[in-house]
Structure formats: structure tokens, C-alpha cells
Design a protein around this ligand. Structure first.
Ligand code: EPU
Length: 465
């Protein structure tokens, strides 16, 4: 397992390219199950989640090949497999994206139910409701969803859930409806740019879809789809993360390829907080030239502020003047980064689906533990702004969804190193404290190596307590 060692306080300056969007790449890769012939994708980020989905698709009879750094060719070579195994789906919830395409193309799908998740309860009941409305027989057995249908039939479907629209649920039902008999309408469809990107791929393949980017979709089923070429949109979450990095370090970063149109709510909010954002020829420039001021943020489905940027915004607001409130209406329990930010000196109090943040003048380096993908990003951001050395552990979460973030940050001048998670790699400032500290029992720690040093690592150094 790796960890990051970060020495904070270095302004990030320079230019960096934004990668292809993970959350577009995953359902798009899954949708190639629907097509006859091969599809060539560009802009596929090099991520652990992408590699896991490629492995899952191979197990389902798809030939998957990386053609270059961001290119991928996928073609169905065997239409018999229909079981998406637990071992693969448990590693990545987006494995559930194969459900709709498998069902529509092979008449049956057996997909392991994704299990628990650090960002909160994540059922797939709305996905199943939508597929059942298309005529699928659905049952859950031994931890698997088993869906069968000789021929899906178009239907009028309401896809709203208790927390609004569902992104991968919309992807699943849309991907199934394109091969159904007759017309399907979907109300309360997710409008995220990643869903639109999937829809555009399907249209290129021969699907008939109207209303992409709105909550109302009309799909006229077709008999077959063909392989195509497609370039995946850039990752608006990575772009926003890098904008916040520029602001927190008082730097100036040019983001190549970013589409500001996909992130209007975030741009508005960042400007309100004091981040300088300007369009430039091939993207945008983010700079931290102004004082950062407190602001209230609510994460909502698109076009609102995405929940996937909530943790990073919180890291920014930790360093803004005044009192901010951050609320997550999509995943109301997605706050595991808050206590770790507190370890870095932030002042945060959790109140049900909100966190109240009292900005501080300075953060100070500490050893922190990443709990999920976006929480990891928030901790890296706060570490870049903190005085002294920080260690961010369990960065395998980050590698699931950010393409070589440490390389990109280093390219911009950050002092960040990826090292094996081991006591000898702890920076001196943190290392001596850990070894001399008394051990305490903490929950949810995985032994790495050595005599329980990792347990002590999550504690406050003695002289500070
Ligand atoms: N929900 C239900 N029932 C369902 C589906 C969803 O109640 O059947 C609830 C969820 O529990 C949540 C809300 O609806 O409260 C929205 O969930 P959604 O289904 O939209 O999430 P998702 O499709 O599972 C995708 C992204 C997430 C991102 C969310 C919200 C992918 C692969 N994942 O998940 O990305 O947070 O949409 O925008 O697209 C990430 O990249 O870090 C990440 C977690």
C-alpha cells in the first residue's frame, strides 16, 4: 500500500491537462456490450476503476485493449457470459453499470449487488424499478441481482429516488431501453454531463434518444447497435479539484481541456469564495490571488454543485475567512473527511447532513487517513496548504479515480511523494512522534507491517495533545 508525503506551502504554478472523466468512461465502456463490432474510445483515463471494469468486461466476453495512453478498443467476442462476479463488482460499485447493457443485449444478467460504501447507503432499487418497468423479471438471490427478459418492452418510467435522480441508474435504464421494443420515456432522468456523454455514444451507435441533458428522455428502441469511435469528455471533478489546489496554495494553474460549461455551479461558487477563474484558449486559469471568504454550499444533482466536489470545497473553506456551511443532499453521510481535516487544524462541526466550518489562518501538517476517493483528494488539498509535513494514507482510494494526481501536482511545483506505507517512510517530524507515542485501540485500521505503528500514526503527537 502507498501513501503520500506532502510538504505544504508551495504555490502551484503552471499548466496541466485535465484527464477524461471517470464517471463517463465507466458506463460508456459498459455500453460497448450493446454493440456489434468494435468501439474505439479516446480520453479513457488510466485509473484503477477503469482497469477493474476492463477486467469485468473481459470476464463477460469483451475483448478490451489499451491502444495508447488514453485509447481503448472494445469488442464483444463471446455473447454467452452473463454473470458479473462478486470479486470484481465488490471492488468497484460502477460494476453495476453492466446490468442494463447485459440484460438488453443477452436477455439475462446476473450481477453481484454492490455492498457497503464509505460515502453512505447506496441502494440500486431505482435501477431495478426501471428495468422491471421495461419488462425484466428481477430477483435477488445469494447476493446477486438476476434479471431476465426475452425482449424488453418500451415503457413510461419515473426514475426519481429519495435523493433525486440517479446517475448510474439512468445509465442502466437508458442503455437497456435503446434495444427495447417501442418507445420508452424516462422522467426524473439524471442530467449530469457524463450521462449525456453516454447518450451521445449510444446515438452514434444508432440509438434514437431525445432530451439528453434534461430530466425527460424519449427513447425509440432499435434492433441493433454498431461499434463507433468516441472521445470521452474531460473530468469536471478533477478540474475542480485542481482549481481548488491552485486557490489553496495561492498559485496560478492553467487547466487544459476543461469544459467550464459542465461546471457552472462550481465556477460560480469558487468565484464567490474568492478564487480567480478565467477562460483561456484551451481551457481555464485558476488562481489564488484574493482572500478566501466563507460561503454556504449545498451538493445537489446536476446542475447543482456535485457531491463529488463537496469534500474538496470543504478543504477550501477550512482556509476561508468566516463561517461556512456545507450540506450534502445527495449523500447526506459523506463526511468522513471532516475529522481528518480537523487533524490538520481545521475547525469543523458536523450537524446531520451538514458541516459547519470556521475558517482558520493556517493548517498544520499531520498524518491523515483517506476513507474514499473524494475524501482522499480533500486531504491532499489541505496538506498542500498546511504548514509542514503531512502524510495521507490509504491513497488507493485516490488511485481509483484520479489519474496520477501526484504527478500532475508535482508538475505544478508541489512537494508530494508517493512512498510505501511504512514507518521508515514517515517524515522525521511525524515519525518520532509516532514511535514514541503510546498505542491506543482504534477501529477500522488495517495492519500494514511492523509492530502496530499504524495505530499510533492516527493519534495526535504527544507534545501537541
Ligand atoms: N439512490 C437510491 N436508489 C438507487 C440509486 C440511488 O436511493 O437505486 C440514491 C443514492 O443512495 C444517493 C442518490 O440516490 O443518495 C444519488 O445516487 P446516484 O445513483 O446518482 O449515484 P451513483 O450513480 O451510484 C454516481 C457516481 C458517484 C457520484 C454520484 C452522484 C459513477 C460511477 N458514480 O454514483 O461518483 O457521487 O453518481 O453524483 O458515476 C465518485 O466519483 O467519487 C463517485 C462516488
Amino acid at each position: 500500500m502507498d501513501m503520500f508525503v506532502v510538504r505544504g506551502g508551495k504555490p502551484l504554478v503552471g499548466r496541466v491537462a485535465v484527464s477524461g472523466a471517470k464517471n463517463a468512461a465507466l458506463p460508456i465502456m459498459a455500453a460497448t456490450l450493446l454493440a456489434d463490432g468494435s468501439s474505439r474510445l479516446a480520453g479513457v483515463p488510466d485509473l484503477v476503476d477503469v482497469a477493474t471494469l476492463a477486467e469485468l468486461l473481459r470476464s463477460l466476453g469483451v475483448h478490451v485493449e489499451r491502444t495508447n495512453a488514453d485509447g481503448m478498443e472494445l469488442s464483444v467476442v463471446d455473447t454467452k457470459p452473463w454473470v458479473a462476479d462478486y470479486e470484481l463488482v465488490r471492488r468497484m460499485r460502477a460494476g453495476v453499470c453492466v446490468l442494463g447493457p447485459l440484460l438488453a443485449s443477452r436477455g439475462r444478467a446476473c450481477v453481484s449487488l454492490p455492498g457497503g460504501c464509505n460515502i453512505g447507503h447506496r441502494p440500486i432499487d431505482v435501477h431495478l424499478k426501471g428495468l422491471a418497468a421495461l419488462g425484466a423479471d428481477i430477483r435477488i438471490e445469494n447476493g446477486y441481482v438476476i434479471a431476465t427478459a426475452t425482449q424488453l418492452q418500451g415503457a413510461d418510467i419515473y426514475l426519481g429516488g429519495p435523493f433525486g435522480s440517479t446517475v448510474t441508474g439512468t445509465c442502466n435504464v437508458l442503455s437497456a431501453a435503446v434495444l427495447a421494443n417501442g418507445v420508452t420515456t424516462i422522467e426524473a432522468a439524471a442530467c449530469e454531463p457524463e450521462v449525456v456523454d453516454l447518450g451521445n455514444l449510444l446515438i452514434k451507435m444508432g440509438a434514437r434518444i431525445e432530451g439528453l441533458g434534461t430530466p425527460f428522455l424519449r427513447i425509440e428502441g432499435v434492433a441493433s447497435l454498431a461499434g463507433v469511435e468516441h472521445t470521452i469528455i474531460r473530468d469536471r471533478i478533477e478540474a475542480a479539484t485542481l482549481m481548488i489546489a491552485a486557490a489553496l496554495t495561492r498559485g496560478r494553474v492553467e487547466l487544459e481541456g476543461v469544459c467550464l460549461h459542465h461546471m457552472t455551479a462550481v465556477v460560480e461558487k469558487l468565484r464567490e469564495i474568492g478564487v480567480v477563474l478565467e477562460r483561456c484558449d484551451n481551457g481555464a486559469i485558476a488562481a489564488g490571488e484574493n482572500r478566501l471568504v466563507a460561503s454556504d454550499c449545498i451538493a445537489l444533482p446536476y446542475p447543482g454543485i456535485p457531491t463529488d466536489i463537496q469534500a474538496q470545497l470543504m478543504a477550501l473553506l477550512c482556509c476561508a475567512d468566516g463561517l461556512s456551511i456545507v450540506t450534502d443532499k445527495v449523500f447526506p453521510d459523506r463526511f468522513m473527511h471532516a475529522p481528518e481535516l480537523v487533524r490538520l487544524g481545521a475547525r469543523i462541526r458536523r450537524e446531520s447532513a451538514s458541516a459547519i466550518i470556521n475558517g482558520v489562518d493556517r493548517l498544520s501538517g499531520a498524518c491523515v487517513m483517506a476513507s474514499d476517493l473524494r475524501a482522499s483528494a480533500a486531504l491532499v488539498l489541505a496538506s498542500l496548504a498546511a504548514e509542514g509535513d503531512s502524510v495521507v494514507r490509504r491513497i488507493y482510494h485516490l488511485d481509483r479515480g484520479y489519474e496520477r494526481l501526484d504527478d500532475k501536482l508535482r508538475q505544478l511545483g508541489a512537494d508530494i511523494r508517493r512512498v510505501r506505507d511504512a514507518p521508515e517512510n514517515m517524515p522525521g517530524t511525524l515519525h518520532s512522534e509516532i514511535l514514541s507515542d503510546q498505542l491506543v485501540d482504534t477501529d477500522d485500521v488495517q495492519p500494514i507491517s511492523g509492530p502496530n505503528w499504524h495505530r499510533a500514526a492516527s493519534r495526535t503527537p504527544r507534545q501537541l495533545s
